[in-house]
Design a protein around this ligand. Structure first.
Ligand code: NAD
Length: 333
């Protein structure tokens, strides 16, 4: 049996990545949409044969509780709306896939986990790279200590944010700048490439080169994570230019992915030569993987708890920037 999913928020990621990927999935299929923009409905109905009874707006969304076609709700809204819609979906008895960052604070993230637990539904975060073969290889090289113990990770993610009016630059909708949006991939990369949870963080915000455009959020920042085994991860995130890498220096060699966090075009290499890996559709693999876990009634690979650890690091980074001090992290609590 295939699970039915409804996408909430028919913006760029839902339209250009998730809906096309759902045409390739084995365990889950696109059956519903939730949108506040009626003009989008005919386009989606025509393209994906969405039935009238599976179309909702933000006001009547809670009626989805009565809809047997929909097993999973996938939240693809601006970050500050993730908590509200996750909790409403859980209350409606649906499993939830929620985009990254899971929320804009640890407090919200915890409330989302609690709501899904209470409803006995799964919560999965949109961490597609946990299903990407290049990143699975980075995790394997670390886990099996193929090049020995990792000593240093460099993980950075940034891009040039064009439109000055986009929600990503409005703190009330985004919760923060490039750290919330893409820096979170560098946090993820550092955590799974070191293979431990960080215990301290230091961080720096850089002066703004376009203060008017970035009046509400940071423009560029850097941080360092300190791991219990002595490894350090150094990271950079920015809205000024493209940077996209994950590099591990281990005792006996190195391994890396360039264009690390992109949807496609990854290049993996180790100190012994190129990674021989065939790219896959990350979004299809992620949704199929989560759906399989739900169908088999076992935990998924990217649960709310995983999202919450990144929220703790993000809050630690902001605290380290405002205090100028090294901040203690406790991700396992
Ligand atoms: P987008 O701006 O393209 O789409 C946002 C959608 O939310 C639009 O359909 C918009 O109409 C709707 N919306 C509802 N209320 C809104 C409001 N008050 N203000 C603005 N928009 C509102 O954004 P996107 O790039 O699709 O990002 C959506 C979410 O997906 C974000 O949380 C983002 O971090 C995440 N995302 C994840 C990936 C990934 O690779 N996993 C990639 C892109 C985006």
């Amino acid at each position: 049996r295939k699970l039915g999913v409804a996408l909430i928020g028919l913006g760029g990621y839902a339209t250009n990545q998730l809906a096309p990927a759902l045409q390739q999935t084995q365990n889950i299929e696109l059956r519903g949409i939730v949108t506040g923009t009626p003009s989008k409905i005919p386009v989606w109905v025509e393209k994906y044969k969405i039935q009238d009874k599976n179309i909702y707006n933000y006001e009547n969304f809670d009626k989805i509780v009565d809809n047997k076609d929909i097993d999973v709700v996938y939240i693809v809204l601006p970050n500050s709306m993730h908590a509200e819609y996750t909790i409403r979906a859980a209350k409606a008895g649906k499993h939830v896939i929620c985009e990254k960052p899971m929320a804009v604070s640890v407090k919200e993230g915890q409330a989302m986990i609690d709501a899904c637990k209470k409803a006995n539904r799964q919560l999965a975060i949109g961490y597609r790279l946990h299903y990407d073969p290049f990143h699975l290889e980075m995790m394997r090289l670390t886990r099996e200590k193929v090049f020995g113990k990792v000593k240093l990770v460099e993980a950075s993610d940034g891009f040039r944010a064009g439109d000055p009016n986009q929600w990503r630059l409005k703190h009330a909708l985004s919760g923060g700048g490039p750290l919330m949006d893409v820096g979170i991939y560098a946090i993820q990369g550092a955590r799974y490439t070191v293979g431990e949870e960080p215990i301290y963080v230091t961080a720096q915000e850089f002066p703004k080169t376009e203060p008017e455009k970035f009046k509400d959020v940071e423009e560029s920042l850097a941080w360092q994570l300190y791991f219990p085994g002595g490894a350090i991860a150094n990271s950079f995130s920015t809205y000024t230019t493209g940077v996209n890498r994950l590099y591990a220096a281990a005792e006996g060699g190195w391994y890396e992915v360039n264009n690390a966090y992109g949807y496609r075009g990854q290049q993996g290499r180790t100190s012994k030569g190129p990674m021989e890996i065939t790219p896959i559709n990350q979004q299809a693999a992620h949704m199929d993987g989560v759906a399989k876990a739900i169908l088999e009634n076992r935990p998924n690979n990217v649960p709310g708890e995983e999202g919450l650890r990144d929220m703790k690091v993000i809050e630690g980074i902001y605290e380290a920037i405002s205090s100028g001090k090294k901040v203690k992290l406790d991700l396992l609590k």
